[in-house]
Ligand binder design. Structure first.
Ligand SMILES: [Zn+2]
Length: 229
């Protein structure tokens, strides 16, 4: 089947997401003439790789189940110009390892690690991780870490950074876990890559997600049980 990489646009003007209303957006997706942010478009887990290093770009793209093309409109030339790709971070790390002889790739990797450390608020991340493991006791520890780091990234506006996240709303925490399961434990990203519309792909993988969530919840207190509020 042909792969159709999603196209991500760097807007020239200040834009907001039509679904979560977050903004202004650094990058966005145009869906049925509506603008949505990368998180709402389920591309928020991907990292940006600026064009320039051909070998690194090719390796990172080939290693990513889902990747997207990032473009910006050039008014003077009246055309969209490719800025780079959004790729999976693990694929980028593998690509960088493969290009290890290339000192620039190492510098980029260090810069990204430093940026992630600076962005992550240790306390919020730890609180969120504990809440994930309370709600999903059988969730693997490294996954809980990954989900909480992603959700609490500074400036992301994600669950860990919203009012709902600070009070650790159960629904918001569950939504963050569900999003991770969708990308990691289901063929969702492959479906998007094959051009299946987001909502249709979501419906298709919903049962698989619930199966994983049920397994991870195993051992959780049943708060809906008799005699409980
Ligand atoms: Zn959004």
């Amino acid at each position: 089947m042909d792969l159709v990489a999603p196209v991500v646009v760097e807007p020239l003007r200040r834009r907001r997401c039509s679904e979560c209303l977050r903004g202004p957006l650094e990058r966005m997706v145009v869906e049925f003439n509506a603008l949505v942010c990368l998180d709402c478009a389920d591309l928020g887990h991907l990292v940006f790789l600026r064009r320039g290093d051909t070998a690194l770009t090719r390796r990172a793209r080939e290693g990513s189940t889902l990747w997207a093309v990032v473009v910006r409109h050039n008014r003077r030339r009246t055309r969209y110009e490719r800025q780079g790709l959004l790729v999976e971070e693990a694929a980028l790390a593998r690509a960088e390892a493969a290009c290890l002889a290339d000192a620039e790739a190492r510098a980029r990797r260090r810069a990204r690690d430093a940026a992630r450390r600076a962005a992550g608020d240790v306390e919020i991340t730890a609180t969120l991780r504990a809440e994930i493991l309370r709600l999903f006791p059988s969730c693997p520890g490294d996954r809980a870490t990954e989900i909480s780091e992603h959700a609490s990234a500074k400036g992301s506006g994600r669950v860990g950074r919203t009012a709902a996240g600070r009070s650790l709303d159960r629904g918001a925490v569950t939504a963050a876990v569900r999003a991770s399961v969708r990308h990691v434990d289901t063929p969702y990203d492959s479906l998007l890559m094959r051009g299946v519309p987001r909502h249709q792909a979501r419906t298709r993988v919903a049962p698989a997600i619930e199966t994983v969530l049920r397994a991870w919840r195993h051992g959780a207190e049943d708060t809906r049980g008799p005699g409980r509020g």
